[in-house]
Design a protein around this ligand. Structure first.
Ligand code: NA7
Length: 537
């Protein structure tokens, strides 16, 4: 049948590229549908000034192929967006997967056809595809969010969201730029915007902890060393909780004598990157431990910010690391510059956006450009937008009660949605790991699963309701034993007005998770129900 394939993959980011390749190599026919004009996923879209990855670049890549790894060389410790996008294009070309991909193609509906046991996928352009399997590679942070500020449409200047930045340069020279939001995107972009703009106004709702990236260019010798050490590093990454070559810490903050604790924190601070938040095991478990680390980081902000009337507004009070840990280059130092103004929205909330700029309860800030660094409808936003309908026409919105009751099995599958898989779906380790490593684990597990189904003449696979309930309960219980659930963040969904609060990340580490997934497969897909083909005599 025309337009029928074994598997449709939605999205051509890190997940979609590898999933497409893996299935094609296993002899399945694949069609990958991507809304954007090229590969890259979030790295295609989030081109804001200063956009950079927060995992060391030598680990922020595919590790399934030694040959592929050794063909690419990162220029610096933390790669900028354009280099990551070049890398993803390089991989897609090396693996020759673009021929399976259709760009500028937005999936609108995916409906399970009970009689024909296949998915009917309709695009915004009106094309219809059918597939035995449907695989989501839409990522956890792909639906950008702009809060519903009154009067937004009336603004006469330019406005951009960091997650959907124009592909042509934005001229900031001589402009008055307002940035709303101080998450990773705001913290990365503000110092770079301040280098060009005439005036910068940062509209901050929550002050942030931040650790320096200590970004630097690699030498030829270092690059050769990384390639030499690849196999060892991969082994540790595959068996670590974070997917990075950082072993599980056994050190408690409170139980470490003060002098030693400070020395560890200072060392992590000097090294930069994600070392500090992984230095102790109880930072996000024990409030006392958390406070000691939080205070250490507040001390660093006090040292950096020279303006005494500004620094007090920049001191964070939430539990460190319960919002996504932030890495920066000169973020807090930026507030020492006279053309940079901090607006504390806790004291003067935004009332509305006017045709000239931003009106708070205290005054109007005239602006030429507004940058919305206001984040994403994370974890579930994109999936819920897709309109996926499983058995009996039940939509994902209905199943998840519009996000109020999100349940999955392993973050990989959904009861009532046969032959549907979610790469880094809700309730998998996803964003609390080095995401490419988590993606590889899911892609390989899904590919093995499809092979098993083919070999065993299985027509459909889907989780049982019981397995889903148990898994969701387990994820919630683990999360409730931490401080994550006590903070307003995109991890909990509280960044989106009206979104239900839920913590949708499996927190026991990628190493334990990998083992659980392997056990499920080894036991003939325990927790799933399988429907077999009728074998004709
Ligand atoms: P984040 O981390 O969700 O940050 C969004 C920021 O926008 C954050 O400072 C929010 O303040 C602020 N925000 C959101 N809504 C509002 C309203 N209504 N008013 C004022 N300020 C608001 O998104 P990012 O893009 O920075 O980072 C997301 C991930 O992308 C990042 O972790 C990387 O993995 C890549 P709040 O803290 O909620 O008070």
């Amino acid at each position: 049948m025309a337009n029928h394939v074994d598997a449709i993959v939605i999205g051509a980011g890190f997940s979609g590229i590898y999933m497409t390749y893996k299935l094609r190599e296993e002899g399945f026919t694949v069609k990958t549908l991507e809304k954007a004009a090229g590969v890259g996923g979030v790295w295609f879209l989030a081109r804001y000034p200063g956009a950079r990855c927060d995992s060391d670049s030598i680990y922020y890549n595919y590790i399934f192929s030694e040959e592929l790894y050794k063909k690419w060389s990162w220029s610096s410790r933390f790669a900028a967006q354009d280099e990551i996008l070049s890398y993803l294009n390089f991989v897609a070309d090396e693996l020759d997967v673009k021929k399976e991909m259709q760009f500028n193609t937005e999936v609108k509906f995916a409906i399970w056809d009970e009689d024909q046991t296949k998915w009917l996928v309709t695009t915004a352009q009106g094309e219809v595809f059918t597939a035995t399997y449907l695989i989501s590679g839409v990522g956890c942070l792909s639906t950008s969010s702009i809060p519903n500020f009154q009067g937004r449409e009336s603004f006469k200047g330019e406005s951009y969201h960091t997650g959907n930045w124009p592909h042509t340069p934005v001229d900031l020279k001589g402009k008055r730029v307002g940035v709303i939001g101080t998450g990773s995107s705001g913290v990365q972009s503000i110092p770079v915007i301040a280098e060009e703009a005439k005036e910068v106004y940062v509209f901050q709702r929550t002050p942030q902890y931040s650790v320096p990236t200590r970004n630097r260019q690699f030498t030829e010798e270092e690059i050769a060393q990384f390639k030499e050490a690849f196999l060892d590093a991969r082994e540790i990454m595959l068996n670590s909780p974070s997917g990075l070559p950082i072993p599980r810490s056994t050190r408690s903050v409170v139980d470490t004598p003060e002098e030693e604790r400070i020395a560890i924190l200072e060392d992590a601070w000097e090294k930069g990157g994600m070392i500090l938040n992984n230095a102790f095991y109880d930072i996000v478990i024990d409030p006392k431990s958390n406070e000691l680390v939080s205070e250490f980081l507040r001390g660093k902000i006090r040292e950096k910010v020279k303006k005494s009337d500004v620094v007090e507004h920049l001191l964070p009070y939430y539990y460190y690391s319960t919002k996504r840990p932030i890495l920066d280059t000169n973020y807090h130092d930026t507030y020492n510059q006279d053309h940079v103004t901090l607006v504390n929205l806790r004291q003067q909330p935004i009332e509305c956006i006017t045709e000239n700029g931003i009106q708070t309860t205290e005054k109007e800030y005239p602006l030429d450009i507004i940058v919305f660094a206001t984040g994403y409808d994370a974890m579930t936003g994109t999936l819920l937008k897709l309109d996926i309908r499983g058995r009996n026409g039940v939509s994902l919105q209905e199943k998840w009660e519009n996000g109020a009751k999100v349940e999955t099995y392993l973050g990989l599958g959904l009861a009532g949605f046969p032959n549907f898989f979610t790469i880094t779906g809700p309730q998998s380790p996803s964003v609390l790991t080095n995401v490419p490593t988590a993606i590889e684990q899911h892609v390989e597990w899904i590919s093995d699963c499809l092979n098993y189904l083919r070999e065993h003449n299985v027509k459909t696979i889907e989780p049982t309701v019981e397995a889903e309930i148990q898994w969701s309960k387990q994820c919630t219980e683990i999360a409730n034993g931490t401080l994550f659930t006590k903070t307003e963040s995109w991890y909990t969904g509280s960044n989106i007005d009206g979104k239900s609060r839920d913590f949708l990340i499996y927190l026991n580490g990628l190493d334990n998770y990998r083992q659980l997934c392997n056990e499920v497969a080894e036991h003939g897909y325990k927790g799933y129900q399988l429907q077999y083909e009728e074998i004709k005599a």
